[in-house]
Design a protein around this ligand. Structure first.
Ligand code: B12
Length: 215
């Protein structure tokens, strides 16, 4: 099992689509959790990003990485029965203004839906006021922001400020994900940060229980 996982990181870093698809197919047949496989591929995309930073890969390579990721997601989702039954309140998702990265967001919303959350996905390059409108419309308590480029951190901060100005901040929990860490959380004024999409559903459940939105 471990061998497949290690090979996946390298195959993704080399942008070897045939090999990635082959390894994922084998991994799924062996019963490896799809999210374990996706995490290995995500690590491979980190390497792609590093090579792009060094000037060894180009924009076309970033595009190739995202195409491979989308094909893998389609393969992984093919066999999964999505639990469309909504049992928890609606959570707002979106990639913040100026940022168009959405692969991680889409994986995360998929997991949330699978876990019974209602999802309002605003898409990419979402201005702060759109989040505020969605929170009001859906009477939501949790807003999840994705951002991978440096400019996204200002957009995340603007979104938090906009929620404050609308008087919604005290009853809204803001979670950020993507290329984020504790410093980014502090800078943006968000409540939580996470990069492990598998943990988001649990985090949201805990927030809503503490808020007495669910028991
Ligand atoms: C694929 C890719 C692209 C694709 C995106 C396609 C798409 N539909 O998303 C394309 C080619 C379009 C692209 C464009 C650009 N990109 Co780009 N891209 C990447 C790359 C290689 C992988 C990103 C990815 O999809 N990873 C896989 C997913 C699964 O991981 P993830 O997003 O982190 O999501 C996981 C978690 O974070 C979590 N998660 C995600 N969202 C949320 C939300 C919440 C609330 C929670 C809790 C969790 C969570 O769940 C996921 C699974 O665990 C990264 C490198 C990297 N290290 O990330 C560069 C990278 C992000 N890009 C970069 C750059 C510079 C660009 C461009 C500016 C390039 C250009 N010159 O045009 C443009 C940006 C345009 C814009 N305005 O946004 C830089 C950003 C550097 C910076 N600090 O600003 C990076 C880091 C590459 C690098 N090292 O230089 N890119």
């Amino acid at each position: 099992m471990l061998k497949i996982q290690k090979m996946l990181v390298g195959a993704m870093a080399r942008l070897d689509e045939a090999m990635v698809m082959n390894l994922v197919t084998q991994g799924l047949k062996m019963g490896i959790n799809p999210y374990v496989l996706l995490e290995e591929i995500r690590q491979g995309t980190d390497r792609v990003g590093e090579l792009y930073s060094k000037g060894e890969y180009f924009l076309s390579d970033l595009i190739m990485a995202s195409e491979i990721f989308k094909d893998v997601l389609a393969l992984v989702n093919q066999d999964r029965v999505v639990n469309a039954r909504k049992i928890y309140p609606t959570v707002i998702f979106g990639t913040v203004e100026d940022d168009i990265h959405d692969i991680g967001k889409n994986i995360t919303t998929g997991i949330m839906q699978y876990n019974g959350f209602g999802i309002c996905d605003l898409g990419v390059d979402v201005p702060a006021r759109k989040f505020v409108e969605a929170v009001t419309l859906h009477n939501s308590r949790v807003v999840c922001l994705t951002g991978l480029i440096t400019d996204a951190y200002d957009s995340m901060r603007d979104t938090v400020v906009c929620l404050e100005e609308a008087g919604l901040r005290p009853m809204t929990t803001v979670i950020i994900g993507g290329l984020v860490n504790e410093s980014v959380r502090k800078y943006t004024g968000a409540d939580y940060w996470a990069t492990d999409c598998a943990k988001v559903a649990e985090l949201c459940r805990n927030i809503l229980v503490a808020d007495k939105q669910i028991v």
